[in-house]
Ligand binder design. Structure first.
Ligand code: GTP
Ligand code: MG
Length: 208
């Protein structure tokens, strides 16, 4: 897929504020600092479309980006950041849970996992929650430039073992580095293919 247009649309804190749901949408989620915003920039060839920071907790709202007037990429706040207040954590959790369960054009959630770490409990709990709620998702292992390919393979193998305790099959996954541009084509191809099965929820009920 060629990215001809990548444009910020809006930031929302409520599902009702999100842009119209007539085109397919893909959301980036994962622990704070895992590289969600950086991945959006890498996929769209923009260095500053989504705001990134070396400090966790940069993204605090649901941010929609229009890609080719054809689909949305969504940047979400991270989870698992210890320094945020309990009240704010609860607010974000409610906002994200409602968005994930009720956004009608959400084709797939991309769960970002730092490839350098062993499986983290918060990631496993979140992935399990997606499974229980039947929300389609893929996994994206990030920051692979920070270690050897061997180490990445070893960590992914350990992660897969953990996944097999939750699921019968390993969910689809991608290996990436936003720094080096690794994983871009496979992810864009996946999105391109998935877009083909989009049915506009505003039209489907009257089209029989
Ligand atoms: P929050 O919005 O705080 O939840 O974080 P985020 O998941 O959006 O992370 P962000 O993209 O802001 O990146 C966090 C830090 O990791 C930044 O300093 C990035 O430059 C760095 N980073 C992200 N992806 C990569 C990568 O693939 N390789 C390397 N070396 N650094 C990365
Ligand atoms: Mg971010």
């Amino acid at each position: 897929m060629i990215i001809k247009k990548a444009e910020f649309v809006k930031s929302s804190v409520l599902l009702s504020q999100c842009p119209p749901d007539n085109i397919p949408e893909y959301a980036m989620i994962g622990r704070s600092n895992v590289g969600k915003s950086s991945l959006i920039n890498m996929l769209t060839n923009h260095s500053k479309l989504a705001q990134t920071s070396s400090k966790p907790g940069k993204t605090q709202t649901i941010n929609h980006f229009n890609i080719n007037d054809d689909w949305y990429l969504v940047d979400l706040p991270g989870y698992g950041w210890a320094k945020v207040s309990e009240n704010k954590k609860d607010d974000w959790k409610k906002m994200i849970n409602t968005y994930l369960r009720e956004r009608r054009n959400l084709m797939c959630v991309c769960v970002l996992i730092d490839s350098r770490h062993s499986p983290q409990e918060k990631d496993m709990i979140f992935i399990k929650w997606l499974g229980m709620n039947e929300i389609p998702f893929v996994l994206i292992f990030t920051k692979t430039d920070k270690q050897s390919a061997l180490k990445t393979d070893q960590n992914i193998a350990i992660f897969k073992k953990g996944l097999l305790e939750l699921f019968e099959e390993i969910p689809q996954y991608f290996i990436t580095s936003s720094e080096k541009g690794i994983g871009k084509d496979p992810i864009l191809n996946f999105i391109s293919e998935t877009n083909k099965s989009f049915i506009d929820p505003n039209k489907s009920e009257t089209n029989f």
